[in-house]
Design a protein around this ligand. Structure first.
Ligand code: M6R
Length: 618
């Protein structure tokens, strides 16, 4: 949940680290810090509560920015409130060892007590300061090198980590290690420089060659030398696989938009096309997906599909439940990964588990698939981030190819996940003989048209902005939908909550009368999805029930609708499509609405309070 980045080489490290931290700020943004080592001036640590911009301001107040070794951290607090002292880097008692850390050391308390008995003192409330002192103690008692001390110490630790450690006694070396939190190492020309980061975005303009450390691996990185990678729990040396990065700089910049979230909303026509590119050949009736084709028997023989995910990805999983059951007639259960992993679930050999995750790093989802694998299930991963932990842990999988999503609020991740899940459901539905040729072809052609329909739908932005201005001061909102669009109601409410901080609830429209209807009065905006297929008449009745209680109705309808127009206070029209694909369209106005309300309320759209993009702690 924190971002870490580092540099060792011949360039000035400061601009690389500070720019890297800005790119990683989506991972955490309650404090930031940096270490710079300069042969002449020793190792300088600067850190502060606040954002990377606050760190920059601090650095501009006369602090030396010299040095070609260093690292930086942007924090999402776990142990200890966000303040200057709890900010990373943390230093050992001797002052020699310095660490940045992403993750949680679960047994930090017992280690701290033991170290305290041995005379160690602690300035901060963090688990990280405990870890660096444990490393120091091990180094001292074993009289060993830093790498060995880290290895021994990490074997005493329970939890998750990605760490980078610097030793003033050996200043031409950085040691990194990972378990449960990601680390990428960028390799510069002729091993003359190395970059370290939680993802590759900080070094993409310097090198396209990267090594992703696997869980349980550590690397010793020295100036002008080959990287040495070894296992943490034994001494085996690993030959690293160097990956060629496909990401480019443009993808991780705002490109003229005020916020990443808005850019990502507008990228959806492209992103959806990229998801089905090479997979969907509509005019030939072909859906080609290696991960599914190679494991077709597993899917066809599945007693049920269990989907595990969190947040928005869980909402995409709920849409998939409707898709798989309707199109492929396979029973589906959708589980919050955080619940699934701890409730001793019944999993059989014939179950297929699908894990959905934009980042591919969500700790609960990762733990859920590890459990499912242990119990014998076949695990299929749907991720956006290439090479991510979930992508690597799954038996097989498919990438959404949405491109980097940087805004904390998921937008294009959601629509591309649904696109991919639609392809899978259609492929299985056809293979199982549940879809006639005509129906199947119609679905394929309709899916191919979705990007154009999203494109035309984005033209409603001004209208949505107006609606946002009317309801921006609401304190509570209700989102209603039925069938395929019930999960969209949940997603709409989540989007509003997370970036505007307005309380919102999503409900299946018919459930309203079992409780939430009591909330309705003339101050309550209710966003209802009332598209022309599925349960249209039923939703119209629900809208009448709201009207009778003077609630404000903002309805999403299909182009040309006249019935709801008569009753609603505002309508937003979406192009007609197959019911199964309506979530790909109905979600767009909700994304825009939350965006505009958040901007009008002066919220930090891309980095909402208390949140982080990749939740790598449980
Ligand atoms: O990376 P993942 O898809 O696994 O992330 C899951 C959730 O943390 C994520 O969807 C979160 O709910 C977003 N902030 C929603 O906009």
């Amino acid at each position: 949940m924190c971002g870490i980045t580092g540099y060792i080489g011949y360039r000035n490290a400061y601009p690389i680290i500070i720019k890297g931290l800005q790119r990683l700020e989506y991972r955490g943004y309650d404090s930031a810090g940096i270490l710079l080592y300069n042969d002449n001036e020793d190792a300088l640590i600067s850190k502060t509560k606040g954002k990377v911009s606050d760190l920059e301001e601090l650095m501009n107040s006369g602090i030396s920015k010299e040095g070609n070794i260093g690292f930086g951290h942007t924090r999402w607090a776990t142990h200890g409130v966000p303040n200057d002292v709890n900010s990373h880097p943390h230093t050992s008692n001797s002052g020699n060892l310095v660490i940045i850390h992403n993750g949680i050391i679960e047994n930090y308390d017992s280690i701290k007590k033991e170290l305290t008995k041995r005379g160690y003192t602690f300035k901060s409330d963090t688990d990280t300061e405990v870890l660096i002192n444990l490393i120091e103690e091990v180094k001292k008692t074993n009289n060993c090198k830093l790498g060995k001390a880290i290895q021994i110490a990490l074997n005493e630790v329970i939890g998750a980590y990605a760490i980078t450690v610097f030793d003033k006694e050996k200043p031409d070396e950085l040691v990194v290690a990972r378990l449960g939190s990601p680390i990428a190492i960028g390799i510069g020309k002729e091993n003359k420089e190395f970059f370290i980061a939680s993802d590759a975005s900080p070094f993409i303009e310097y090198t396209k060659n990267a090594i992703y450390l696997e869980d349980g691996e550590m690397a010793i990185i020295r100036k002008d030398k080959e990287i040495e990678i070894r296992k943490i729990n034994d001494d085996s040396i690993i030959t690293p696989e160097i990956q060629q990065l496909k990401m480019n700089l443009e993808q991780i910049e705002k490109g003229g938009y005020d916020h990443f979230m808005l850019k990502e909303i507008y990228e959806q026509p492209h992103a959806i096309t990229d998801t089905y590119r090479g997979r969907l050949i509509a005019n030939k009736g072909i859906i080609r997906m290696a991960g599914i084709d190679d494991n077709m028997e597993k899917f066809l023989n599945a007693d049920r599909i269990i989907i595990v995910a969190c947040g928005t990805s869980w909402h995409a999983g709920l849409v998939a439940e409707y898709l798989f059951e309707d199109l492929a007639r396979i029973p589906v259960e959708v589980e919050y990964a955080s619940e699934f992993r701890y409730r001793n679930p019944i999993i059989n050999d014939n179950d297929v588990v699908i894990a959905i995750s934009q980042s591919g790093e969500t700790a609960d989802t990762l733990a859920a698939i590890k459990l499912a694998k242990e119990k014998g299930a076949f695990v299929f991963g749907i991720c956006n981030v290439v090479g991510s932990s979930i992508a690597r842990e799954a038996h097989a999988g498919a990438y959404t190819h949405a491109g980097p999503e940087i805004g904390v609020a998921s937008t294009k991740a959601f629509t591309t996940q649904i696109t991919l899940l639609s392809l899978i459901a259609l492929k299985l539905g056809k293979k199982k003989g549940n879809l006639s040729n005509a129906k199947y072809h119609n679905y394929l052609q309709e899916l191919e048209l979705i990007p154009k329909k999203v494109e035309s739908l984005l033209a409603i932005d001004e209208k949505v902005k107006h609606i946002a201005s009317v309801y921006k001061d609401a304190t509570n909102c209700l989102y209603l939908g039925r069938g395929f669009n019930f999960p969209v109601a949940l997603e709409g409410a989540l989007k509003l909550k997370e970036i505007s901080y307005i309380h919102a609830e999503g409900y299946p429209a018919a459930e309203m009368k079992h409780g939430p209807i009591a909330l309705i009065d003339e101050n309550m905006p209710i966003f209802v999805i009332a598209t022309n297929k599925g349960h249209y008449e039923k939703v119209v009745s629900n809208i009448q029930e709201i009207k009778a209680r003077k609630g404000k109705i903002i309805a999403i309808v299909t182009e040309g609708d006249t019935t709801v127009k008569e009753i609603a206070d505002h309508i937003i029209e979406i192009p007609d499509t197959e019911e199964a694909f309506t979530p790909l369209l109905t979600t767009i106005p909700f994304q825009l609405l939350s965006y505009h309300i958040a901007v009008m309320l002066n919220r930090n759209v891309d980095q909402p309070r208390n949140l982080a993009k990749a939740v790598t702690v449980e």
